[in-house]
Design a protein around this ligand. Structure first.
Ligand SMILES: Cc1ncc(COP(=O)(O)O)c(C=O)c1O
Length: 398
């Protein structure tokens, strides 16, 4: 058997690898898995929606569907969700994907040739790194400062790779409550990135699964306004997802792309999975059109904010002098800096204490990040958060 060159270098998602430990080690508390909390899943609503859909006995519900997606869902997104986010687009711009993870892969397939430079943040979501890596992109990291991706570094990297005859295919960013850094890119930085993209003729891949999970001090829509809303020259590809605001198990997400790219993505998706699950899409449509998502959103925000606060209190009580962090204003993650500590060594000691986290280096494409760790507060209970941080403190030692 001879594997393709690409397959020989496929990368396993560090998050899933570390997350899988939970199953094999009884009593382990996972601060690694960034899963939504099952406590806020709208079980009764989903049960009712399922019953309604099946009661109609509409053959199309359990049939193959259009590759673009379930039309009423796309139309609802266009008229409501996207409009509310300041994005005016047309039917031809939108494709439903099987999670935004598939969106990342499909965009990669449509734009990346082996060896093509792709610009990512330091740190960046490891699932995106894996998707682009598997397509043999040459990943180039640019640092963040407290406002987001560093523009001067984008300019420098874009100029360098262009000079070598291989312009960057796109720059990948998660402006809202980034996974892993929890960072909210400032409105000014978003404008600057759009300008830098114009200057350097770059496509922006904007990944926004956490934009609706904001906490109390995010008061104006401008704080989370997608760059896609200000995309005057069709260079932003925008990914949204129902995984965090409804449930991840339905695997329903969407992409808004310039029509020429959307058309190619559609062809690529046709070959990948024909269509995302029709039943799943109808359930999501039922939840959207029936107002379930709007109804549960405030409770969801309060839920995650309260857990964030529990984790910060526990860190202050146990590890105040050993770690630094910026309080996340939304999302699922707390990103800690641990001066003088190596993430891999800490990880081994943490496992002995029956607690896991994702080592920071998993999110860096340049081999760095060893003084960082991603702690997730989303999917576990407040008691587990407190226990987990106290075990982590034990792993730090005295
Ligand atoms: C930044 C980011 N992008 C994409 C995804 C994938 O989400 P989905 O469930 O929509 O595939 C995740 C999941 O954690 C994520 O954090």
């Amino acid at each position: 058997m001879s594997l393709s060159k690409a397959a020989q270098h496929f990368q396993e998602s560090a998050i899933r690898r570390v997350g899988a430990l939970g199953g094999s080690m009884p009593g382990l508390i996972s601060l690694a898995a960034g899963y939504p909390s099952p406590e806020v899943f709208p079980w009764d609503d989903l049960q009712a929606i399922t019953a309604q859909i099946l009661a109609r006995r509409d053959g199309n519900t359990l049939q193959y569907g259009a590759t673009r997606g379930y039309r009423p869902l796309i139309e609802h997104l266009l008229a409501n969700t996207l409009t509310a986010r300041g994005i005016s687009s047309r039917f031809d711009d939108v494709i439903i994907t099987s999670g935004s993870q598939q969106g990342l892969d499909l965009v990669g397939r449509v734009l990346i040739d082996p060896g093509d430079p792709v610009i990512v943040e330091l740190p960046a979501y490891s699932g995106a790194i894996a998707a682009f890596h598997n397509l043999q992109a040459s990943l180039v990291g640019v640092p963040q400062d407290h406002e987001g991706i560093a523009i001067a570094a984008v300019d420098r990297v874009a100029a360098e790779v262009a000079k070598q005859g291989r312009p960057a295919k796109f720059v990948y960013v998660t402006p809202n409550f980034q996974n892993p850094a929890g960072l909210l890119m400032s409105a000014r930085r978003r404008r600057e990135l759009l300008e830098a993209a114009r200057r350097n003729n770059l496509v922006i891949l904007e990944d926004d699964p956490y934009g609706s999970i904001y906490f109390d001090d995010v008061t104006t829509f401008d704080d989370t306004r997608p760059m896609k809303a200000d995309d005057r020259d069709g260079r932003v590809i925008y990914l949204g997802s129902f995984s965090k605001i409804l449930v991840p198990g339905l695997r329903v997400a969407w992409m808004v792309a310039p029509p020429a790219i959307a058309r190619k993505v559609e062809l690529c998706k046709q070959a990948a999975d024909i269509s995302s699950g029709v039943f799943d899409q109808r359930m999501v449509h039922g939840a959207l059109a029936g107002g379930v998502i709007d109804r549960i959103a405030p409770g969801l925000r309060a839920h995650y904010q309260a857990k964030r606060t529990v984790m910060e209190k526990a860190l202050n009580a146990n590890l105040k002098d050993r770690v630094k962090w910026t309080s996340p204003r939304g999302g699922f993650f707390l990103w800690i800096e641990m001066p003088g500590v190596d993430d891999r060594e800490l990880f081994d000691r943490a496992i002995e204490q029956k607690v896991s986290f994702v080592p920071g280096s998993a999110f860096f494409v340049n081999g760095q990040g060893h003084e960082f760790a991603r702690l997730s507060f989303s999917g576990i209970t407040p008691d587990q958060i407190e226990q987990g941080i106290s075990r982590l403190a034990a792993a730090f030692g005295s």
